[in-house]
Design a protein around this ligand. Structure first.
Ligand code: HEC
Length: 396
């Protein structure tokens, strides 16, 4: 398939992934909110545990929650599962297209580990399977009944996974695989635990027996976990835009920090929905973000910011033409990119000068560019570029 067609396939899959993801997370947030905001019905009804009134889009709605189940099942009962499955399927298709088909550019970083595409892809797929098996096993131990301890354990395991993956993959692919592992756990929770438990509930009702309470408890636990996983996973979905995070030396710790911020934010909303005010969680999460920004700020090495370093624009221009312009040009010579990636053009002096701050971030500090270092940029060239930009990015 041509590069142009691949880009459109990428767009179609990403769009579908965002659409289905919004639908899934939207229903997860909505039902979580609904559950917390239910209150005993104004007029008692047999078998009814709670009710909720709302107004939306020009209509009034009254939702009723049954203690166990209604006496008679309605003809149409809506299930919520295709949002989850479709999000996972489109996500995996995107992972394959970007990171496995493009393994040499996106998955493998020869400076991290000299892996061949087959080995790297096997590690990637294995990660998703093993993550689910470990998590599912842990959920069936008594540990899962101690929320605080279990959350700490999952954070430790997730951080260990991130640390391990940053030692074998490109930093960006390492982050994406942590996200894919969490997404796989979430979708498998729906497929393997939550939906079967609901089927059992319906079957028990039809047969006139009591539903299996243990399965109901597992389903509730997994549903709760999914709710807390959403915000860390959402960050990882957009993380490729932020080399300040994934390409930092402490990338695995930064991911742990951002996950804590996400989970704390989710927890604040959950408490609030239950009518339990919590004054400090949200400010603490905000402070956490600020602290992460401060501690990860790049340190300018002494002397690097001075002028008269001798890096001239003439030298920089040669480096950019050789290392960057094969992709970042109005007529790229790299056949994988029919148009300049992200619209970043580095042909003319003006273009190079105005892109200087961004170039400093991606080619000198985080070194995520050139992509997969496919053009073989040397550390001397990075230093030269850094000197020129730090001393003012002057054209003469
Ligand atoms: C092999 C092709 C290739 C080469 C060579 C390359 N880039 Fe890129 N560049 C990309 C791709 C692909 C993206 C988009 C990455 C993404 O998907 O987010 C990108 C994105 C960027 C961005 C935007 C990043 C952002 O987060 O806004 C900048 C700036 C950039 N490159 C600068 C450079 C510089 C400077 C060089 C040379 C030192 C370079 N690139 C070499 C392929 C390349």
């Amino acid at each position: 398939m041509g590069a142009h067609a691949l880009q459109w396939l990428n767009l179609a899959l990403r769009w579908a992934h965002v659409i289905t993801g919004v639908a899934w997370i939207g229903t997860s947030f909505y039902f979580n909110w609904l559950n917390s905001r239910m209150h005993p019905p104004e007029r008692a009804e047999p078998g009814v545990a709670g009710e909720l009134w709302s107004v939306h889009g020009g209509g009034f709605y009254r939702v009723v929650k049954y203690t166990v189940a209604p006496e008679r099942l309605p003809r149409t009962l809506h299930w919520f599962k295709w949002e989850a499955y479709a999000t996972w399927l489109t996500g995996v298709a995107l992972l394959v297209l970007v990171y496995y088909v493009g393994a040499r550019a996106y998955l493998i970083d020869a400076q991290v580990a000299a892996l061949g595409p087959a080995a790297a892809i096997a590690i990637g797929v294995g990660t998703l399977v093993v993550a689910w098996l470990v998590y599912d096993g842990l959920c069936r131990t008594p540990l899962a009944e101690r929320p605080g301890l279990f959350a700490a354990l999952l954070l430790a395991l997730g951080t260990a996974l991130a640390l391990g993956l940053t030692r074998v993959f490109s930093a960006r692919a390492a982050y994406m695989h942590v996200g894919a592992a969490l997404g796989t756990i979430m979708a498998a929770n729906v497929l393997m635990v939550i939906i079967p438990a609901q089927r059992e509930m319906v079957a028990a009702m039809t047969a006139g027996r009591d539903p299996d309470a243990a399965r109901g408890r597992q389903a509730a636990l997994r549903s709760l976990h999914n709710n807390y996983f959403t915000l860390p996973v959402l960050f990882i979905m957009v993380s490729a835009h932020y080399p300040e995070t994934f390409a930092h030396r402490w990338n695995w710790l930064i991911l742990a920090g951002l996950s804590v911020v996400g989970v704390a934010t989710r927890h604040w909303f959950n408490l609030r929905n239950q009518g339990r005010r919590n004054a400090w969680l949200l400010p603490a999460a905000t402070l956490g973000m600020i602290a992460l920004a401060v501690v990860t700020a790049p340190r300018t090495t002494p002397g690097a910011s001075g002028s008269g370093d001798g890096a001239t624009f003439a030298e920089v221009r040669v480096v950019v033409a050789r290392r960057c312009a094969p992709c970042h040009s109005s007529a790229p010579t790299n056949s994988a990119f029919p148009t300049a990636p992200k619209g970043v053009l580095l042909d003319t002096p003006d273009q190079i000068q105005s892109a200087a701050p961004r170039m400093l971030a991606v080619a000198v500090e985080s070194q995520t560019m050139p992509l997969g270092n496919l053009t073989g940029m040397t550390s001397e060239e990075r230093e030269l570029l850094g000197q020129w930009i730090r001393s003012g990015a002057r054209l003469r």
